[in-house]
Design a binder for this molecule. Sequence first.
Ligand SMILES: [Fe+2]
Length: 205
Amino acid sequence: MLEDPGIVLSDLFGQPFTVAFLGAVLAHDFDTHRHLLNVGMLSVRVAATAGLSHAGIVKLGQAGLFHDVGKLHIRASLLNARHELSEGEWRILRAHAIRGEQMLNIRGARPIAAIVRSHHERLDGSGYPDGLRGLAISWETRLLSVVDAYDCMRSGRPYAAAISHDKAIARLDTARTRYDPEAVAVLIAALGAERVRREAVEPLS
Ligand SMILES: [Fe+2]
């Protein structure tokens, strides 16, 4: 599928609700919109590297594109807050996972709704909203969680500066109780392939 990304792209953006959701997110909060596009595109590459089928690649890509769509229900000032959040504010923020699942309970989106609900679950059970552990979290969700965390670290958050690729991978690697090491290995392979390809067509001057 990497050889013909146009086919995946048309599948990825071809659903009638795609433009509406992404447009609404863009109008609400630019950084969330950018994050969704980053995670959606990287999820396609990671899914292909993991050997998923065409349908699996499209599904993970769409889950990446919409994983934070529930943040439409959270005011932008809280999404971009730089102060230490109160427990109540954290509760509002965490609700985006379930809100997203609910928003995606529509024709064409239901296959990705469960992944969106679970994208903040962690292997050791410390995640939310259900505190799932280990293999109770689907392989697709474990892949998405790693891509999500990687983009957050690379792009930075209101409360944390962006860090380098090497530092982000090192952090994921040392968080093995929370992030699936196999999923991290797939991410590294996907990004490595991308780097090699770029260097092949864009030699450094
Ligand atoms: Fe999220």
